[in-house]
Design a protein around this ligand. Structure first.
Ligand code: FAD
Length: 420
């Protein structure tokens, strides 16, 4: 069904852009309102497991993604004190073979640009997406429930048949719907750094990191460390989770020095210090917030997507990936109905997605304890479990990487091995 009704998406992050492109493909006229003066993403890496890569490739982005991805061959789990490998999970070809889609790493800005370009591509299917930057939505006027209006801080009004709040963890659309306050502070903060690959390769203490593309997690008491190469080795992306300082708890985010990063991992394997010491002054630190599980994502012709409804701790690297799953299901449901079926379509979208995303939210939260056990019997039992690990907490990779079942015949027929 080719659609003639209009959708306004509030927020031009990875979730909002994937939704815009998915809806465009179904023939919708889509307008994206973004508060920032320019569209873009933070300077950091991102991973898409097969559940998300499958959706992006299904949107016809395979050549563009092939140009920007780095493909890890394994997921490696290491012990904090001596770097001992606790477990290895094969990624690479195995993901494509078993889950019909790759596990890929990227620079966030590259992935965001690919989505943005596809939204604007004049030769793509469906109407070109309209973007308005410097457009902070402060309210949603629902006086006409079938024709809600997004109202910006400067008084512009954008009416539409459907409004999607993809405006992140502190969603204003969510507030406009009057939904409960589900925001929680985890008590932790994340350092993020992009370390030049040539500095890593030049030091014998860290050269091993560029031997093979891997996704690595180090487990230690109260903290953990994740790193992987992006842009084919141009940068080592580092995420370091530690207990939150009072200053960052209050400020939410700030700059971080290399010394601070090194000092955050006292007593860890020397190679960790050698790695972190190479971050170049553009590292940042972010307080870790998440949302409690929430089954209500829609009211009438307005619905939420991504962090606005299921912000989760990044301890499974699934937040954006779940937003991409939202986008695919949302486009399927809206794409199947005329304007008088919108309400029911949004209800079906939520019933197909809320439980699934909620399970991932809860599993990510459980990893906060699972990853950070102090040395002792529980930690030893965990390390034993990791040896035959096929997923995070109680969530299996089979379930997570298969993703929400889709009805879209294009995606059902999709085969990674043989192209589309
Ligand atoms: C350290 C860390 C590592 C992570 N790693 C991964 C990973 O490897 N894989 C993965 O899948 N996920 C990962 N995540 C999670 C992922 O980053 C988020 O879940 C994802 O970016 C959320 O996308 P979103 O589009 O829903 O929200 P956002 O990215 O927050 O985008 C929201 C957009 O809306 C705009 N906006 C906000 N308010 C308004 C308003 N009122 N009006 C207009 N515009 C507005 C914002 O400016 C922004 O552009 C990680 C998160 C962290 C913190």
């Amino acid at each position: 069904m080719s659609q003639t009704y209009g959708v306004v998406i509030v927020g031009g992050g990875l979730g909002g852009l994937t939704a815009a492109l998915s809806l465009r493909h179904k023939g919708f006229r889509v307008t994206v309102l973004e508060q920032a003066p320019h569209l873009g993403e933070v300077g950091a890496g991102i991973q898409t497991a097969p559940n998300a890569s499958r959706i992006l490739i299904g949107l016809g982005l395979r050549p563009q993604m092939a140009a920007i991805h780095t493909e890890p061959q394994d997921q490696v789990r290491r012990r904090w004190k001596d770097g001992r490998v606790l477990a290895m999970t094969a990624l690479g070809e195995r993901c494509k073979r078993e889950y019909n889609a790759p596990y890929w790493h990227y620079h966030r800005a590259d992935l965001h640009r690919v989505l943005h370009d596809a939204c604007l591509d004049r030769l793509g299917p469906g109407p070109v997406v309209q973007f308005h930057t410097a457009s902070k939505v402060v309210d949603v006027d629902r006086a006409d429930s079938a024709r809600p209006v997004a109202v910006t801080a400067t008084g512009e009004r954008y009416d539409a048949d459907v409004i999607i709040g993809a405006d992140g963890i502190r969603s204003q659309v969510r507030d406009a719907l009057g939904l409960p306050d589900t925001l929680e502070f985890s008590g932790e903060m994340a350092y993020r750094a992009l370390i030049p690959g040539d500095k890593i390769a030049a030091d014998p203490a860290t050269r091993w990191l560029v031997d093979r593309f891997q996704s690595t997690i180090w487990y230690g008491p109260d903290r953990h460390l994740v790193h992987y190469l992006i842009r084919g080795g141009q940068y080592l992306n580092v995420v370091a989770i530690v207990p939150c300082s009072a200053e960052i708890a209050e400020k939410w985010s700030g700059p971080a020095s290399a010394d601070e990063l090194v000092e955050a991992f006292p007593g860890w394997d020397d190679r960790v210090g050698a790695m972190l010491a190479k971050s170049e002054g553009d590292a940042t630190v972010w307080a870790m917030y998440y949302r409690r599980r929430d089954p209500v994502w829609t009211d009438g012709h307005v619905a939420l997507l991504g962090d606005a409804c299921h912000a989760m701790l990044p301890y499974q690297a699934q937040g954006a990936s779940q937003a991409m799953e939202d986008a695919a299901v949302l486009a399927e449901e809206l794409g199947a109905v005329p304007a008088d079926g919108i309400r029911e379509a949004l209800t079906r979208y939520v019933s197909r997605r809320a439980k699934h995303a909620g399970i991932v939210q809860d599993a990510s939260l459980r990893n906060k304890d699972f990853y950070h056990l102090p040395d002792g019997p529980e930690q030893r039992a965990r390390d034993e479990k990791l040896k035959k690990f096929d997923g995070e907490s109680e969530v299996s990779y089979d379930w997570l990487w298969s993703g929400t079942p889709l009805h879209d015949p294009d995606l059902e027929a999709f085969s990674y091995q043989f192209g589309r």
